[in-house]
Ligand binder design. Sequence first.
Ligand code: BGC
Length: 768
Amino acid sequence: MKKYFKLDEWNILEEGFDPEYNEVSESIFSIGNGCMGQRANFEEKFSGSSLQGSYIAGVYYPDKTRVGWWKNGYPEYFAKVLNSTNWIGIDIKINDEILDLAKCTVKDFKRILNMKEGYLERIFTAILSNKNEIKVHSKRFLSMTRGEIGAIKYSVTPLNFNGKLEITPYLDGDIINSDSNYDEKFWDEVSKTVKPYEGHVMLKTKKLDFNICTYMSYELTKNSENITAEPSIFENEKYISNTVTVDCNKNDEIILYKYVANTSSRYYAIDKLVEKTQKLCTKAKKDGFDVLLKEQAEAWDEKWKESDIIIEGDVAAQQAIRFNIFQLNQTYTGEDERLNIGPKGFTGEKYGGSTYWDTEAYCLPFYLSTADEKVAKNLLLYRYKQLDKAIQNAEKLGFNNGAALYPMVTMNGEECHNEWEITFEEIHRNGAIAYAIYNYINYTGDKSYLGEYGLDVLVAISRFWSQRVNFSKAKNKYVMLGVTGPNEYDNNINNNWYTNRIASWTLEYTIQVINYLNENEPNILAELKEKLNFKDDEITKWQDIINNMYYPFDEELGIFLQQDGYLDKEQILVKDLDKKHLPINQNWSWDRILRSCFIKQADVLQGLYLLEHEYNLDTIKRNFEFYEPRTVHESSLSPCIHAILAAEIGNYDKAYEMYLRTSRLDLDNYNNDTCDGCHTTSMAGTWMSVIYGFGGLRVRNNKLILNPFIPEHWTSYSFKVMFRGALLKVNVTKAGIKIFNESNTEVAFLIYDKDYTLKNKGQLNIPR
Ligand code: BGC
């Protein structure tokens, strides 16, 4: 863990340049706008260690699977989020020497991520080997209001010489994915043009025919006067550039404004792509950098109005929570139900950037509370639209009658994970998808979703569970064999409590939904039954499974057992392990991990978190106190769940410790892997640990419940939540709670077990 970045409430600050740490910074300072994302690579050439990354939402490549030992049922490909055309590139030459921060002396280096207004800034002085000294100041952003547009302002000032400056803005599509399975390049050139001050590169993926087009246009000024010099033009395969040579004197400021539009055939007809991209780019240039930047600040201001969390008295915590919220809002804006939230968002390639259960189990609550209802709904529709593929996936594995197994990781609904113990066995993911439907309905009250889309998915998942269990004569119960629970440090186990519980819960909920539709929308139910070829005896079977499901339990400890035989393992606590063993996934052989009692991430506790309303506090406490000391939290998804449960049982110190661990995971490079990209999906968990953990927010019986406490180190904290048309601001201090209803919608609450109603624009003060 490294405290590398400076603390600040609204900015992430890097002061001084450490090339060794560059790839971590590239992840942290990434920018995005829901349509695309860009790692914080330098505009100018950099020969030091760097992970180039420019990603366009929904554009991927089916890279042929590479495994040591093929197993039947493995998918043919792994979907890679594609590194796309480098649109930020600007080469700088000073008196014939190329500017490269790996090869010159760098002074006064600052990298700033301005989260309030949504841009990345860099300032430094470089002393080249020819002793020429220049000051560089760059600013760039991806527009939140114009999804295709990126803009850069790049200023160079000679500090100690008069001479020649060559500036080369370029587009380079000749790039590779660092995680390509066979070191292949994934793009072919379709077309390019280059003329003075503008040009384009259009590419096509070698498979699937995704076309993308990047158009650049730029202008240059010297001491605020336009430069109109004729540039020299260059092109190469998938590459175009202009070079402008400027004679400059000491202290002249040369500024390059580079405007870029990135489009894809996902939104525009292929034969119109170049024309469309050019238009977007030309318009951006016409409006100019300052106008675009102003729009950006306004758009972020709106985002913050709905999703900010203000923490007083703890800058580290304040910076961290804003960083998490900022990254989430940069990753997914919810306009397109074909898009989703990859574990790394737009900040790296690892995990293929595709959809995991992370979305339903972790991200959904953030978008439910901080954005319009349709954003969360689009996340649900994503799975609804992929139901056919989930059914085909289950068929491949031998299931029938419309049973669906959603993939562990996907881009278009097809499975692309290929480790047997996960692909075939980590089936609990199906439960999270069913739970998300419940969560959405419970939060929004939008029951029309059930008949329109929800039941199809619930029935298909229930059918899967009912076929995946088997009746054990020995136990006289239904059991589920050969699974991997959320804790991936145990594989091919029997009766993972969490999986059995979420399976049975899905059956219960599906029956409830059928009953609801039967009473309220019988015609819709009748149509659905027909469409799904649903027979009522399926319910009888499901009920039998619900009544007779086997749940491993230890009477003496009074805890649910993570799986059959868990207590046979040697019971050691994480605190008693020599630190040199941690993280165990980097220090131990796999078999040693599998045999140990150590838990990668919340497992039984994940179930108690999701189904908390079904368990009493004593049960939660006993299980928490048993499992927390055995959990190594080597998945970023883990500490947030522990933070929420710790808060629930009143272990506030633990809740705070877990909060810090989740919220600063990337900023302090906790797991030593932020160089690969940020842990974007777990950032939603950080948000939950404040709102659900410290704030105690729940929704039960159509009512908002709050049970806030304030961590000792904080003076106050405030958060915003949207709930059924209302926008609420909750402020918690040591003295009490204030709630403002910023909307015109009346809301009913339960706070510390007392009922309140808050009229439009009303305010409540509740002493503690
Ligand atoms: C976790 C999974 C998670 C995946 C992607 C893994 O390390 O164990 O639960 O879905 O990362 O975030």
